[in-house]
Design a protein around this ligand. Sequence first.
Ligand SMILES: Cc1cc2nc3c(=O)[nH]c(=O)nc-3n(C[C@H](O)[C@H](O)[C@H](O)COP(=O)(O)O)c2cc1C
Length: 345
Amino acid sequence: MESVHGQRKNEHLALAELNYKKNPPVSSLDAVRIIHRPLPETSQADVNLKVDNADFPWDYPFYIEAMTGGSAKTSEINTSLAAAAKATGVAMAVGSQSIAMKEPAQVAGFEAVRAANPNGFMMANIGAGHTVEHAQRAIEMLQANALEIHINAAQETVMPEGDTTFYWKDNIAKIKAAVDVPVIVKEVGFGMDAQSIAELADLGIEYVNIGGRSGTNFAEIEDRRNRENPYQYDFLYDWGQTTAESLLEAQLAPHHPTIMATGGIQSPLDILKAQVLGAETVGVAGHFLHTLLKDGEAGLIAEITLWQRQLRELYALVGAKNGSDLVHVPYVLSADLQNYLTQRR
Ligand SMILES: Cc1cc2nc3c(=O)[nH]c(=O)nc-3n(C[C@H](O)[C@H](O)[C@H](O)COP(=O)(O)O)c2cc1C
């Protein structure tokens, strides 16, 4: 029998997949067009996809983003994600480990994720309201190489049993100062603005995942979890900045940490576009979950392998030999997105 918290994890998973199938996400990065240049002067063999960052020494600039864990069903999914990460050499984050702080029986499920990929790059995940001790336990339980701290005020607002207090900045700074792995502060799909990104930099945060809108929608998921009174928050389904808008916000920030992106990534071209707009690395959640549930572990491994090949092809197509060359790639924005940028400048 699952606990109430474990049941919530199962519902997140089921509703994310249901929504994905019903309304496949349209990436906000469709509003960004890369300018084709027919003389790239490159070769696919000369492309190096490695991330040039000692904290994240990854072979590929995209990874499996935080989703789940904390119940029998979701631990099984997490272990499959870890096996796919191992087979393809991509990094992976687990979903929030807060459940394992309250229910020690759930620790084993997270330990199993590490056991499925003993040498892979694994990221722990905890909410911004948790104590330093919880953050440290989350890292230990996974022998994590990095820690994601998620910030999710909009999700908590809609969540029937959600938190009502969002004093997070001091706590984030305390966790960052205490732990000895790189810390990423991430949104869960409502995006970020320039000021918040600069404030995180001021707190000493070196990595920010802008976690933008246009993919998995936690306003909708939490609203639908309220079976007795669903659709009470449908006015918040479009709340927040899209992934494309959030990446432009990061460009507008007076100073900013290294940027990571997630939210609505549907193809290797979306990864490339997010990188062209300034993300060093790009996380994929809903699409990989859907692939796993539809095609199994072998199907997910095939999809990630295909994306790795296609991303290399795209780098060569735009004349980039590595991630840092992507800043020179020209692009245009849709009229709407340009309008957003003009108003926010
Ligand atoms: C089923 C599910 C559960 C999630 N749980 C968490 C979580 O516990 N912690 C977190 O930081 N993000 C969580 N996320 C958010 C993802 O990490 C990601 O930021 C978001 O889904 C947007 O990416 P996507 O559009 O590729 O799904 C979850 C996503 C899904 C699909």
